[in-house]
Every structure is written in structure tokens, then in C-alpha cells.
Design a protein around this ligand. Structure first.
Ligand SMILES: *Cc1c(COP(=O)(O)O)cnc(C)c1O
Length: 386
């Protein structure tokens, strides 16, 4: 694109490196860190994050779908690995095999199909067997696992049995531990069966960020880390477990990678009693100075911030006044002196000593951190900074 976009995202290589180093310290030297870059790398941008992660020493990437795998493939280095944890249509299995892309198998009936495609291509498919342990999303039931093991043993030549895995449903919350512990027990049953049959794959993996940061017995041979890579604690519970572990009252080892910025588009001086924007959502209680911001809910700024959110201008918080429109919103700058058109506006991240966190978007609304981030439109330009 030749013209300037209405907002810009900056990604900090230094913050990412700090996060990767911290995760590495938590999980130790053995497990492979697989960076989860689904949902356009949690809104950060797949092409940029893949390059940055490789620079930070990560070369295994997990995605939720074949179309995300394709995006990673376009930006990753030749030696990097890609793993599809979710949707891969039958018609794309051959594509995955051709490009050495690893994928989960959770349906026994898929195995003969994989075999057929691998034979046709004269190439090994690389698969991870996903075990049902209690989340009841995808995952193979126990009775099919034994059958699958027999099948995989028989067809080693065409299918490489790379991993066995499951996903813990809600490990972030201490309140869910009653549900997580039986999942781990069930996973271990499968491991025992594999051991007995002398057919253990190189990678056992069950840990997402929460488990990787707080539960060492879930680390096994690979951790699939998403949200923590981008500098977010998966939950307050996991943060508090870290503080206990570190013996500290306060600690900030994870750094936010993303900053989102725009600029002041226009400035208005309005009189007491006037309304701002659509309808009557905001009426000035005094004479006010208002800045117009050139983006709205169609550009990823949540409508739930209407009359509630803040942006940063000249290092000060400017509250949103009125509704977030499709492509515009307004903020009160009455208390900030010398604001000019084109001045920098921080929507998310730091400016001088002030900061807007994702949690300030999600505390008021029922948006999740991940939801807010993953909805940042891919059209916003992303720039890597040191
Ligand atoms: C999204 C996802 C992860 C990563 O979760 P985080 O909590 O963001 O670390 C790991 N495994 C699976 C199967 C996932 O879908």
C-alpha cells in the first residue's frame, strides 16, 4: 500500500527476546518451545512474528489451521517446523505432507487416508496423535488409540509418529485443577501403553503457556506457548504462582511486544451542553477540547470502549467521549495542553510514563485479552522495532 494507514502496530524484538528467555528459564533446556502463532500470531502478525521468533531462537511454530500454516510457510526459514493443531481438510493432506508440515490426527479413520497420500507422494507424513483426556474438543478416544498404535507401527515407512499430545482445558485457573489432574492421569495412561509397546514418539506435549510457566511436570518434550510469548500472563492465578515460585511480591519478567499507535486527526473546541458524535451518548458538562481519532470498531478498536476507554496523548490519559464509530472516535483533551493535529496517540502500550494495557480494554467488557488482540485487523501495518 502506498498511502498511510489510519493506525500502526510496532513489535519489539527486545521484549520478545526477554519473554523467550524467561520461558526458557521456566521450562529448562530440554523441551522444544513451539511458538503458537495462530490467529495471525494473536493479532501481532504472522510474517513479522515468525521472523522475530526465529531471531530469538525459536524454530517450531504451532497453528490452528492449514491456512495459517501456509502463511507461516511463506515467512519461515527453511529449517523451521510447522505443526497444525486443528483443521486440515482431507483435500489438503497431500499439501501438508509435501511441505513437511506436521499435523494432529485425532480421528482413527484419517490414518488410512494419510497413508494413501504419503504413498502416492512417496514421502513420509509427520503426525502427532492427539489423545482425548477430558476437554472434549478434538482428541482420540482410548479404544481407537490402541488401534492407531498398531496401525502406525505397521506403516512406519510412510508415517512418522512424531508426537503424542493433549490440551488441558483451563489450566490457567487454580479452580480448574480438579478437572486438569484427571486429564494428566489419562495422558499418562496412554504414555504407559506406548512405553509397553515400545513405540514412544520423540515428542510428548501437553503444556500451553499456563502449564509451561507454573506446572513443571507438564513440560515433557515440547511446550506450546502462545499468550506468554507476546508478553501476557495467561491469568492472575499463573502470575501469583510465579510470584510464589520466585519468592517475590512483585515481578515483571514478561514484556508486551505490541504497541498500537495513531495520530490526532482533528481538534474541536465545544461548548457546555453540546453533544459529541452519534445520538446523545455524550453531552459536554463544560466547555471542552476534543481530539478526533481516525479509527473505529472496523479497525479493531472495540465499540465497548464507548465512553469508557482511554488513549494516551503527550503521556497523559485522554478519555473516550461518546460512541466508538465505525471509523472514528473522539477523546477529551481539555486537560492536556498544546495538543496539535498529527500528534502521536497511543491506543495500546506506553507513552512517556503512562501505559494502556489490553486489560483496560477487557476489564469493562466481556472481551478476552486474546479476543481483543486477535481481532486487530491484518490490514494494519506492522513494523518490527529493536
Ligand atoms: C492456543 C493453544 C495453545 C496455546 O495456548 P496459550 O494459553 O496461548 O499458551 C496450546 N495448545 C493448543 C492446542 C492451543 O489451541
Amino acid at each position: 500500500m502506498k498511502v498511510k494507514h489510519s493506525s500502526r502496530i510496532y513489535l519489539s524484538q527486545k521484549a520478545l527476546k526477554t519473554n523467550i528467555n524467561f520461558i526458557r528459564k521456566k521450562v529448562g533446556q530440554h523441551p522444544v518451545i513451539s511458538a503458537v502463532v495462530k490467529a495471525n500470531a494473536y493479532g501481532h502478525g504472522i510474517p513479522q512474528m515468525v521472523k522475530m521468533l526465529e531471531k530469538a531462537g525459536v524454530n517450531h511454530f504451532s497453528v490452528a489451521s492449514a491456512f495459517e500454516a501456509e502463511e507461516v510457510l511463506e515467512s519461515c526459514a527453511p529449517g523451521s517446523r510447522i505443526m497444525i493443531m486443528g483443521i486440515l481438510y482431507n483435500e489438503d493432506i497431500a499439501w501438508a505432507i509435501e511441505h513437511d508440515i506436521e499435523f494432529y490426527v485425532f480421528d482413527y479413520n484419517r490414518l488410512p487416508l494419510v497413508l494413501e497420500k504419503a504413498k502416492a507422494l512417496n514421502k513420509q507424513a509427520v503426525i502427532h496423535l492427539e489423545v482425548e483426556t477430558g476437554t472434549n474438543r478434538t482428541g482420540m478416544d482410548r479404544k481407537d488409540i490402541s488401534k492407531a498404535i498398531t496401525f502406525l507401527k505397521k506403516h512406519k515407512k510412510h508415517i512418522r509418529f512424531e508426537g503424542v499430545c493433549t490440551h488441558l482445558g483451563g489450566v490457567e485457573s487454580i479452580g480448574n485443577q480438579f478437572k486438569i489432574q484427571p486429564q494428566i492421569v489419562k495422558f499418562k495412561e496412554t504414555l504407559r501403553e506406548l512405553k509397553k509397546k515400545n513405540f514412544m514418539p520423540p515428542f510428548r506435549h501437553i503444556a500451553c503457556s499456563g502449564a509451561a510457566l507454573a506446572f513443571p511436570d507438564t513440560h515433557y518434550d515440547m511446550v506450546r506457548v502462545g499468550v506468554a510469548i507476546y508478553g501476557f500472563w495467561p491469568s492472575p492465578d499463573i502470575y501469583h504462582l510465579h510470584l510464589q515460585d520466585a519468592g517475590k511480591m512483585k515481578d515483571a519478567p514478561l514484556k508486551r511486544v505490541l504497541t498500537w499507535k495513531t495520530d490526532v486527526m482533528d481538534i474541536k473546541h465545544i461548548k457546555e451542553g453540546e453533544f459529541v458524535g452519534y445520538g446523545t451518548a455524550f453531552q459536554a458538562t463544560r466547555n471542552m477540547d476534543i481530539a478526533v481519532i481516525p479509527l473505529g470498531y472496523s479497525n479493531g478498536y472495540p465499540r465497548g470502549q464507548s465512553n469508557k476507554g482511554f488513549v494516551l496523548i503527550k503521556g497523559k490519559k485522554a478519555p473516550v467521549v461518546g460512541l466508538i464509530n465505525m471509523n472514528l472516535f473522539m477523546v477529551d483533551i481539555s486537560h492536556i495542553t498544546d495538543v496539535e493535529i498529527d500528534d502521536e496517540v497511543v491506543l495500546l502500550g506506553k507513552q512517556k510514563n503512562a501505559v494502556i494495557r489490553v486489560s483496560s480494554f477487557t476489564n469493562f467488557t466481556n472481551l478476552l485479552n486474546n479476543e481483543m488482540l486477535s481481532r486487530l485487523p491484518s490490514a494494519i501495518p506492522r513494523k518490527i522495532i529493536s
